[in-house]
Design a protein around this ligand. Structure first.
Ligand code: NOJ
Ligand code: NOJ
Length: 497
């Protein structure tokens, strides 16, 4: 293993740099697009959108005032204004769960002092969702399928696309991550008394409703088949089965495992062999994001279960092929991409999207989907490092050549130990591609004043590169932190080997 490490440094990193001091080489060549001090600023932007005891949000809701309770995660502080017709001052179950996954990983890496500051965010989130789960919904609606809540934890009952069934599954995943941290710290009572019933209820909702019609993560398409939803439901149930077994509930654990297998079969039916990608729905492939959609990429990133998750893992051929076609579709779409043919493209939600947060005149690239592509490249590089080999098949060849035309020439298997130069050239190229995307996100971020930079909205104008739509979108920050975290994990592998 030590040899592998040296081989990597000598063969792959050195030729890319002008310096010969190994430690220096490692650091400079792998300098991240955002320094750790800059990422701290990004973390602060994310936390800024979460209500606490000392930092409540007071929302003017067209005449009446709503006071937040701690743990409310605003999707964005934006509420109807010039060039923005929407109100994002809600706690969306999906956005909040994804955001809190970023907080969980911040917590796991924090110093003792950092943990002390972050722990209230975890507990507040649990308490907020605890209130949410017990709220009544209108007749015929299920609270577990409600997409968004007021910042005081009450159901928002205006007209919306409901139910949305990814939220409850994502919440279960986040809750299990928090439970794991708390159990490791000896907080078993809180986990058993408060969290376990919540987790079980979310898993039960998934078990009993996964075959029902619901809206997709973009809140637009109503269907029984959504790739993204199924991927996160499947993960929730697989993790849930392990968790329930640990907590002594063998019978429900078996049920969860059984349904997760049915979900795997069902997800397989999303493969479109003619087009070469997973499609978001099966029967509405021409309606909005029902076909080619970044939701596939997000579904894989948020739904992959460990390294051995062959069927839908980042290094699976079908996933690789889907990412290839997704990137291709966006590369020719926006003028900002067409004007920079040498840079990887910024991704939107799906090609025919027109949602711009206002008049829905034209769709734009999104920060969170572009960060997701970067995260994908980092995680693919990480998977290859773990496997110690790269199997180049037809789709892999396409994906590698899309990054660098000379990166791969034929279908073959490259073992890290036998052909380190070839192996690490590919790993490095994937890391650099991820870095390039994150550097673009950084370049397009804005400063509000000289002391406050790296602000990210929901979208980037497809022509001017300006941040548009909801400002300071919490999920944009979470996706940047997730990508950066994957990069750190990957580099740890190189350094530890
Ligand atoms: C349509 C958008 O595409 C969707 O994402 C948004 O949440 C809803 N409109 C609500 O405005
Ligand atoms: C619109 C997005 O399409 C949806 O995924 C998200 O949950 C909401 N905005 C809130 O950020």
């Amino acid at each position: 293993m030590c040899k592998l490490f040296l081989a990597c440094l000598l063969v792959c990193v050195m030729p890319l740099t002008s310096s010969y001091a190994l430690s220096h080489v490692r650091l400079t060549q792998h300098a991240a697009p955002f320094s750790s001090a800059e990422l701290d600023i990004v973390r602060a932007h994310l936390l800024e959108n979460i209500a606490t005891e000392n930092k409540p949000v007071i929302k003017d809701d067209g005449g009446h005032v709503i006071h937040s309770i701690p743990g409310a995660v605003l999707a964005s502080p934006s509420n109807r204004g010039p060039r923005f017709g929407q109100d994002y001052q809600f706690h969306w179950i999906r956005d909040a769960a994804i955001t809190m996954q970023a907080v969980v990983s911040m917590y796991a890496q924090a110093s003792t002092e950092g943990k002390r500051l972050l722990k209230p965010y975890l507990l507040n989130y649990v308490n907020f969702e605890h209130k949410v789960q017990s709220q009544p919904s209108r007749p015929g609606e299920d609270t577990f399928g409600q997409p968004k809540f007021n910042i005081d934890g009450t159901v928002w009952d205006g007209p919306w696309g409901r139910p949305q069934n990814d939220g409850s599954a994502l919440r279960a995943i986040t809750m299990m991550q928090i439970a794991q941290l708390l159990l490791a710290e000896g907080d078993e009572q809180f986990v058993r008394d408060v969290m376990q019933p919540m987790i079980t209820s979310d898993l039960a909702y998934t078990v009993y409703h996964w075959q029902e019609s619901h809206f997709d993560l973009w809140e637009e398409v109503n269907d029984v088949d959504h790739f993204f939803t199924k991927m996160v439901q499947r993960k929730a149930l697989m993790l849930g089965a392990d968790y329930l077994r640990l907590m002594g509930n063998q019978t429900f654990a078996d049920t969860c495992l059984n349904v997760s297998r049915q979900l795997s079969d069902s997800i397989n039916r999303h493969w479109n062999d003619v087009r070469g990608y997973y499609s978001e729905t099966i029967y509405q492939q021409h309606n909005k994001g029902g076909g080619m959609d970044s939701a596939i990429l997000l579904g894989v990133l948020l739904g992959e279960v460990g390294e051995n998750d062959d069927a839908f893992s980042v290094s699976n051929d079908r996933v690789i092929s889907s990412v290839f076609y997704l990137r291709n579709a966006f590369a020719v779409l926006y003028s900002i991409n067409l004007d920079h043919p040498d840079a990887p493209p910024l991704l939107g939600r799906y090609p025919s999207d027109v949602y711009d947060g206002d008049q829905s005149i034209y769709g734009n690239p999104w920060v969170l989907t572009t960060n997701a592509l970067a995260e994908y490249y980092y995680r693919l590089a990480g998977a290859y490092l773990k496997q110690g080999k790269i199997t180049i098949t037809k789709p892999t060849l396409l994906l590698f050549r899309q990054i660098q035309p000379q990166l791969a020439t034929k279908e073959e298997t490259i073992l890290a130990l036998d052909e380190p130069a070839k192996f690490y050239a590919i790993v490095n190229a994937l890391i650099q591609e991820g870095d390039h995307l994150i550097a673009l996100i950084k370049q397009y971020s804005v400063c509000y004043n000289e002391y406050s930079c790296y602000h990210l909205s929901e979208q980037i104008d497809r022509a001017s590169g300006k941040q548009v739509s909801a400002s300071d979108l919490t999920w944009s920050y979470a996706s940047l932190l997730a990508a950066s975290h994957s990069r750190d994990e990957l580099l740890k592998q190189i350094i530890i080997h």
